[in-house]
Ligand binder design. Structure first.
Ligand code: PGA
Length: 259
């Protein structure tokens, strides 16, 4: 048994900007039986674009699957045209939110300070934050991986502490591995996860052992088992391979098998 149940494995689908009403319904119809009751030993969540969250909340209402957003505002409420607040996510029954995904950091200019605010607001509103950190290829080649991800994590911990991540999770997603088909090796990922847990321990020694650290970046059924066999890899954030229900469920089964 790899996982003690202080860190129940967690597998999260990130559909990104890929979805429509019909496809979502088909995905849920295909997955519902396996996501119902105690069919899986891992925690499972699906993160969809905002407009489809009510559809997912309704569709998964009798299943164990959690429903998540992929972003939230860094302000609580007010004149911020086009933004969606953490309180609104809570209001419609959304369980969690991905914060600081590298696509948000690089394409939409999210800084560490903005990311920290989003984590704080999610937590205060009872929405589980899934905080993403990760280095670019250049940073990796310069040997700066640990320095970069530790700085991203510390920027949040300095503001909000470890508690929000105990409720949600931390995700290590090397930018060069996202959507490229190039996954980090299980050993490389493990060494970054262990370093991140050490950073958490500087803030909360006991809590650090209970925070789930997920790996993301080209996770698929073929590499999931090896990743989940690592001591500090507690699940996955899955992009491309989550678009097909069966592929995503195969990854969930790998997490189950590691329990
Ligand atoms: P990928 O995306 O699985 O398509 O690499 C992962 C992510 O960005 O969360």
């Amino acid at each position: 048994m790899r996982f003690d149940m202080t860190r129940k494995p967690f597998v999260i689908a990130n559909w990104k900007m890929n979805a429509n009403t019909q496809a979502n319904q088909a995905w849920m119809d295909e997955a519902r039986v396996q996501l119902t009751g105690s069919a899986l030993a891992c925690d499972v969540a699906v993160c969809a674009p905002f407009v489809y969250l009510p559809q997912l909340c309704e569709g998964f209402s009798h299943s164990a699957a959690l429903v998540g957003a992929q972003n939230c505002a860094s302000y609580s409420h007010g004149a911020y045209t086009g933004e969606v607040s953490a309180a609104m996510l809570a209001d419609i029954g959304c369980d969690m939110v991905i914060v600081g995904h590298s696509e948000r950091r690089t394409l939409f200019g999210e800084t560490d300070a903005i990311v920290a605010e989003k984590v704080r607001l999610a937590y205060e509103n009872g929405v589980m934050p899934i905080l993403c950190v990760g280095e670019t290829l250049q940073e990796r080649e310069e040997g700066r991986t640990i320095e970069v991800v530790a700085a991203q994590l510390k920027a949040v911990l300095d503001t909000v502490g470890v508690a929000p991540l105990l409720r949600g999770a931390l995700a290590y997603e090397p930018v060069w591995a996202i959507g490229t088909g190039k996954s980090a090796t299980a050993e490389d990922a493990q060494s970054v996860h262990a370093a991140l847990r050490q950073v958490l321990a500087q803030y909360d020694e006991e809590g650090a052992q209970a925070v789930r650290i997920l790996y993301g970046g080209s996770v698929k059924p073929a590499n999931a088992a090896e990743l989940f066999a690592q001591q500090d890899i507690d699940g996955a954030l899955v992009g491309g391979a989550s678009l097909k229900a069966q592929e995503f469920l195969a990854i969930c089964h790998c997490a189950d098998a590691a329990v």
